[in-house]
Design a protein. Sequence first.
Length: 607
Amino acid sequence: MNRLTILAVATAISAQPVWAQEPAPEIYALPEITLTANQTEEEIARTGATVEVVDRAEIERAGNVRAVEYLSTLPGISASGNGGFGTITNLRLRGLGGQYVKVLYDGIDISDPSDTQIKLNWGGLLAGNLSRIEVLKGPQSALYGSDAIAGVISLYTAPTDAPGTHQQAQIEYGSYATTNARYGIVHNGETGSLAFSVQHLETDGFSVADENDGNTEEDGARSTLASLKADYQLTERVTIGAAAFWQETDVQTDSDFPFLTDNADSSHSIRRGARLYGNYEGDLTIQSLSVQKSQTERAEVYGDFSYPFKGSRTELAYDGSAGFGDASVLAWGASHSDEAYDEEGGEGGYITNSLYAEYRRALTPDLDLALSARRDHNSQFGGETTGRIAMSWRPAPGWTIRAQAGTGFRAPSPYELGNPFAGNPDLHPETSTGYDAGIERQWDNGAAWRVGLFDSKIEDLIINDASTGYVYQQTDGTSRSRGVEIAGTTPLTDRLTLSGNFTFTDTEGADGQPLPRVPRQALNLRLEGQITERADFSLTLQHLAGIVDAGEELPSFAVVGASAEYDLSNEATAYLRIENLLDKEYQLIRGYGTSDRAVYAGIRADF
């Protein structure tokens, strides 16, 4: 780590209360709640896991078109894609790939069971409909089952919970002939709420095969995402609700066989899902019953050949909880999940039945403990038992110390088990152990910093390469990811705020080499300021170094962004956003293109 990096990190996290202009007034505020860190809602300060919580205001200020673009600026998260919008994009959490990250969209598991490994392709997931993001880090299989070794990302829609009817609209145009538009409406009444939102994007794009290697063909994309949420209070004790989404995406791509060049390849996908639930609040317990269905249909087109895939998931779940005074909560539940995939020439799937429980206790007013356990039984390979222990201690006002340890597993996907050419029905799950700990400090003036350590080991890895004849096989090798996260924010003046984070990640695969496409060093800085009562600006910097791809380290790089907003009225805001301000040439995957300098302008309104 060079001196410049150390200086930048220190500047971002050295939040001191002496920088406050005036002592903050003492006001009563409800503590921030996390919906994902435990089986039931909990104050963030009382959870042993690290949770990143992002609200709608932060998402709008960042202005990112795709959810993954914003997520990759958070500590511990990186992403790489095969080109621009809609192309295959893998998100990594603390160095571990998407197959180890559970992703929920309004409570619906949206990962693709037809993929080689069950995971989400983040390339086309739009951000405009999102109102809240929670990133739960560390070993979470005891809470969420398979695919939660690295953590869980929960995405929520519906822009507001304020009473009455509210609408939002946005139109944006910019580089690469990109048009981005969205509309949302929500009604919150005395006995229920209804929310609908839709976003559409079209772009001519840039070449998937990097234009700096002589490729000039534009690879465009178009996508539409719609979401719906509703709930209704039948009685004082019973509430029913529903959530649904639908997205269709078309993308032009370039083939990487025998080498990456311009051509007329493309992909088409339709992703949809729905969830119904009912909640009962009794005198002693809260109970919930839900059913969800999700499906991904996609076709990869290479010249005259089309390869269709279809993945589906149906899940029925029951959850219950009971409180014992102010000190203890017991939560329990069961689920039944049916996952399947279908491709030309092959199909497969399995059923997983699960039982889980969690006990939380406030050992003292400032010390909380959570114990979680889960048993999953898979129709293909049998059972797995996982557990987690988490602790949160608040030794003094403004201080929090967290720690957790847990075991986890990743079930082999239906594709890995049943593909007619590479599948192996004798595979069993990958298993893991994970630990993390952290300390954070907050001041009344809004300044804060935190430092966290993490370490994950994954054994019984499933590999597919020339050494196995490209048939999926279990290996005795171990994959490991460990490192440190540092994050902070501080008001520099009453009009300027500096925030940032730095992640150092040391990874090692089964072959003893660094895991591919994981930045060893990742730095993100943001300077936000108020120009006038109506005008704001922000400057961002992202520096990535130590990315290894195809056995070689890619050049490190820094990308700068800038944006400005002006309130035209109380309801409407005009904005300008410049991405890659200095027109930096860089790659996240060897041979694949990234955006040049790009300028976007738009108007958004709340009414």
